[in-house]
Write a protein that binds this ligand. Structure first.
Ligand code: FAD
Length: 310
């Protein structure tokens, strides 16, 4: 019997969506649009643009999403947080999106600025993401994604309470959840199991974070309660001064993570780009996701083989 690795297995090319960050400067804007132009031929299911809870990048989110809608064929999704805003303000923004043809919202609570301590809801505002989802549903028939936390949201009173919250968001009208990124696949698979047992049948799309800056990821993961496994530390050891080696390691880690999840039947992934296309493009290429104009994708070749054309 032949033994093959995950890369040689005949997986379908996965369905990808990408996350971008709104730019704050002209140089960042140029980098973002270079990234968008490189990645959109890969036909992502949708692309989302994050929303700065502090206020600085909110205008950037709106203008980037509207430009994506005007200038590309891909489906844009606007992240929208309710922290620090009244219901009227949030509703008005949502109506603006709907009127411009932007029908996919990633509905989030967001965080209060760290200096103020814990989360404090705005008076006359939506308190939690589940309230925001219900509010959006009252406005229009949005496609709504929400956040899910395989390792539990850091301020949740318990994993069970956090899962109840995810169920509330889905029951309020969300169509899918996108997870906080994770590195340990078992954590995601166990979480999926718990979701199914809790009666959550909406898709729980894994959030994939290619590790372009290991030290930054370690700091950020500590803040949001994401486990950085020892094996990841070993892989990045000694790479700090070798960006090329880092990129190769990062690509390998993300490809292996996605391939392993595909082996468990998961086929859709939301990939954070940090507005850099090189890593994500390489990851997509290895996974068989190719630009539309190159024609024959794995799936097409499969179909042609089935039709005995090859
Ligand atoms: P919620 O679902 O409202 O949950 C927040 C916390 O409150 C949880 O601990 C939950 O268990 C608890 N809770 C919920 N309802 C209740 C209740 N009724 N009673 C008591 N406790 C309750 N942040 C941004 O600022 N901008 C972004 O663009 C952004 N994009 C993100 C994308 C993804 C995929 C993810 C995973 C996170 C993103 N975040 C973003 C971060 C997010 O805003 C924070 O994690 C925030 O702390 C929680 O948002 P949420 O929508 O998950 O909140």
């Amino acid at each position: 019997k032949r033994i093959n690795g995950l890369l040689s297995r005949n997986f379908e090319a996965p369905i990808l969506s990408f996350e971008f960050i709104p730019p704050r400067t002209d140089a960042m804007e140029q980098r973002l649009w270079h990234c968008i132009r490189r990645l959109t031929p890969l036909a992502p299911r949708f692309v989302s643009v994050t929303y700065g809870a502090g206020g600085t990048t909110q205008v950037g989110t709106l203008s980037t999403v509207l430009r994506l809608r005007r200038e590309t064929d891909i489906v844009p999704a606007a992240h929208l947080t309710c922290v620090g805003a009244t219901r009227e303000e949030v509703d008005e923004l949502a109506r603006r999106y709907w009127d411009a043809g932007v029908k996919h919202i990633v509905a989030l609570r967001g965080d209060s600025p760290t200096a103020t301590g814990g989360y404090s809801p705005q008076s006359n505002g939506y308190t939690y993401a589940s309230d925001l989802v219900a509010g959006l549903r009252r406005i229009a028939d949005f496609d709504i994604s929400v956040a899910a936390y395989p390792e539990t949201h850091p301020t949740a009173s318990s994993p069970e309470a956090d899962l109840d919250n995810l169920k509330r968001k889905i029951d309020a009208g969300a169509t899918r959840a996108i997870t906080q990124y994770f590195f340990d696949i078992e954590i995601y698979l166990r979480f999926l199991d718990r979701c199914l047992k809790a009666g959550i049948s909406a898709p729980i799309i894994p959030g994939i974070m290619p590790v372009s800056n290991y030290e930054q990821i370690v700091r950020f993961s500590a803040l949001c309660g994401v486990t950085v496994p020892v094996w990841l530390k070993h892989l990045f050891e000694g790479t700090a001064k070798d960006p090329e080696l880092r990129r190769i390691v990062s690509t390998m880690v993300a490809v292996e993570q996605i391939r392993t999840l595909q082996a468990y039947g998961i086929n859709e992934f939301h990939v954070s780009t940090l507005n850099r296309s090189d890593l994500v493009y390489a990851i997509a290429h290895i996974l068989g996701v190719r630009p539309m104009h190159q024609g024959a994708s794995h799936n097409l070749i499969d179909s042609l083989e089935k039709m005995e054309i090859f």
